[in-house]
Design a protein around this ligand. Structure first.
Ligand code: FES
Length: 312
């Protein structure tokens, strides 16, 4: 993982009502680390919680990283960005990190809701460069609320669906027929993502990929029990009590593991699982990755049984 780096705001621009893009550059003009479509950075603003933002510029442009931020009512960080951040200001960022990578395929179907277009936009560029087939179902309240709509239209076939204009996407109908050999990538508000998840449940395992900006709601009853974690590399066994995360237990024992969101959405705290069955509570791993039981997000996921052996 890269460390925190200072960045200067080079440019800000309105992309839709309530959505601003921010271009970040190295203060000395140096090239920034490379990234691939689907990657995000952790943005640190003074006296504000850290937030993850997808990189939505061109991965081939190493001179700047572009993010886009929707102003969320009551949102501390988005409010600061919209109301106080201006070109010339300094921020800090960690990453990039990619928990939503574009897997090579001859054909893609993308579904984006509003600001959910941000991780998908570089994917459209990548699919165009690789000569793959790509289509985008883009959902917004109105056409003017769809950020980067013109850019998306320049990269693939776009079907725009506007709830306030009577063209809301019929998710079930759109996904009723499995498109063989097609990978489905979706990012947007939770109701859209959950509708897509349900409507595409009959698609082949591994063909669906989601980027959750906020954790999926889960029942409170999950994760109630205590269990042991065996740290294979350090040959230590720790008790993880109910109400404590694996990450906290590791840190309490002086074992450092990087973390960022601590909500199971960013992938920073991922750890390899050597033994034991995981109760996955994150919003990142696909059904097949969960079933493989090879990795877990230690900030939220727990043991199904009495014991887990981790590669730490
Ligand atoms: Fe983000 Fe655990 S810290 S998934």
């Amino acid at each position: 993982m890269s460390g925190r780096r200072p960045l200067r705001v080079k440019r800000m621009a309105w992309e839709a009502p309530g959505v601003v893009s921010v271009d970040l550059v190295a203060p000395d003009g140096a090239a920034l680390p490379p990234w691939e479509a689907g990657a995000h950075i952790d943005l640190h603003l003074p006296a504000a919680p850290v937030r993850q933002y997808s990189l939505c510029g061109d991965p081939d442009d190493h001179s700047a990283w572009r993010i886009a931020v929707r102003e969320v009512p009551g949102g501390v960080v988005s409010g600061l960005i919209h109301k106080a951040l201006r070109p010339g200001a300094m921020v800090e960022a960690e990453g990039p990190r990619n928990s939503f990578p574009l897997v090579p395929s001859p054909s893609y179907l993308f579904i984006a809701g509003g600001i959910g277009i941000t991780p998908i936009l570089p994917m459209l560029r990548a699919t165009q460069r690789m000569g793959a087939q790509a289509a985008l179902l883009f959902c917004a309240k109105r056409a003017e609320d769809a950020p980067f709509l013109d850019a998306a239209r320049g990269l693939c076939k776009v079907s725009l669906h506007c709830s306030a204009e009577g063209t809301r996407l019929d998710v079930a109908a759109a996904l009723a027929a499995v498109q063989p050999g097609t990978l489905l990538y979706c990012c947007g508000p939770e109701p859209l993502m959950k509708a897509v998840e349900a409507a595409a449940a009959h698609w082949p395992d591994g063909s669906l990929r989601f980027e959750w900006f906020a954790p999926k709601a889960r029942p409170d009853s999950e994760g109630a029990g205590a269990f042991d974690v065996v740290c294979a590399r350090s040959a230590r066994t720790l008790r993880v009590e109910a109400g404590t995360s694996v990450l906290s237990a590791l840190r309490g024992a002086g074992l450092d593991l990087p973390s960022s969101c601590e909500q199971g959405v960013c992938g920073t705290c991922e750890c390899r699982v050597l033994e034991g069955e995981v109760e996955h509570r994150d919003s990142i791993l696909s059904a097949s990755e969960r079933a493989a039981n090879a990795a877990m997000m230690t900030c939220v996921s727990r043991a199904k049984g009495a014991r887990l052996v981790l590669d730490i």
